[in-house]
Design a protein around this ligand. Structure first.
Ligand SMILES: [Zn+2]
Length: 308
């Protein structure tokens, strides 16, 4: 599923080609893509120029300028890619039928391809945007001013939820999904099955830094192309090449050499290193052993003294 870094990658690509184009018409091929009718969507969006693209959590937002006709005010289109949604910027959609198409001028189109059909489109009045996200209980943006160490510490305090589920809860922090939750917990050296409320102040600081570093690395690598993610130009991200734990079950930990383990939390495959991410308490970074050092500890000299 596209998470914050993948949606941000899509935003950046579309920001390079959509602004300035006129959205002539929205064509809905699969009505389940929106709770609004094609007519309603066009009432908000048609006849307006694309101003810019924004992102909120895993939602992609397209700002449209007011149209020339009286009453054609500015609008915001909101797209959620969910499991398999892809926005493809080209005239022809290709082999697979799109769920909706934006006909653009001059001579362009944006197609929404979505094999699993969980993706959604909304058209809003800009004044209703805050209410839209408030109704969904969307928490702070990881890179926004609200998401501070103090915020995270307070949000964790007293929660019995498992740490993994806490990170996936979009009300606590927006944009984190399965891949980046596993990777951030590894980077913070925290076990995914610990209770969120058991995380101490120093661990919370580590988790905060790990979340930002992991998400930023994902953005820098233009996302993870593990399942179906490709950007609007058809390019794949490369973050999957540097994953530490996600989908590396049985492979050696890149830090300590221990085998990566997999468990299931809330129906989601969860990957971690049992040595770097101990179940009880947090291991201070730097105190971990190097690969192979465990064997040499047990060697004894002729008088029984430990050597090596
Ligand atoms: Zn390890």
């Amino acid at each position: 599923m596209p998470e914050l870094p993948e949606v941000e990658t899509v935003r950046r690509r579309l920001q390079a080609c959509l602004p300035g184009l006129l959205l002539r018409r929205v064509v809905v091929h699969d009505w389940t893509v929106s709770a609004q009718t094609e007519e309603e969507l066009n009432g908000y969006l048609a006849g307006r120029r694309v101003a810019r693209l924004r992102r909120r959590g895993k939602y992609l937002l397209v700002d449209l300028e007011a149209g020339p006709a009286a009453g054609d005010g500015p609008a915001v289109a909101v797209v959620h890619l969910r499991m398999t949604g892809q926005l493809v910027f080209r005239l022809e959609p290709g082999d697979r039928p799109p769920r909706f198409t934006w006909e653009l001028e001059p001579d362009a189109a944006l197609h929404f391809l979505d094999m699993r059909r969980f993706g959604r489109l909304w058209a809003l009045d800009p004044e209703d945007e805050d209410g839209f996200f408030a109704a969904r209980g969307l928490g702070p943006e990881p890179f926004g001013p609200e998401f501070t160490v103090a915020y995270l510490r307070d949000a964790l305090a007293g929660r019995r939820a498992l740490l993994k589920n806490f990170l996936l809860d979009q009300r606590r922090v927006a944009g984190v999904g399965n891949i980046y939750a596993d990777e951030a917990l590894f980077r913070a050296r925290l076990h995914p099955l610990r209770a969120a409320g058991s995380v101490g102040p120093r661990e919370a600081r580590r988790l905060h830094a790990a979340l930002l570093e992991t998400l930023q690395a994902g953005i820098d690598h233009e996302g993870s192309s593990i399942e179906s993610f490709i950007d609007p130009a058809g390019r794949r991200g490369s973050f999957q090449e540097i994953l530490n734990v996600y989908q590396r079950t049985g492979e050696p930990c890149r830090v300590c050499g221990e085998q990566i383990e997999r468990t299931v939390v809330g129906g989601r495959g969860t990957h971690y290193c049992p040595r770097c991410q101990p179940r009880r308490g947090g291991m201070a970074p730097g105190s971990r052993r190097r690969p192979g050092s465990a064997r040499s500890i047990g060697r004894r000299g002729p008088r029984g003294e430990l050597i090596g």
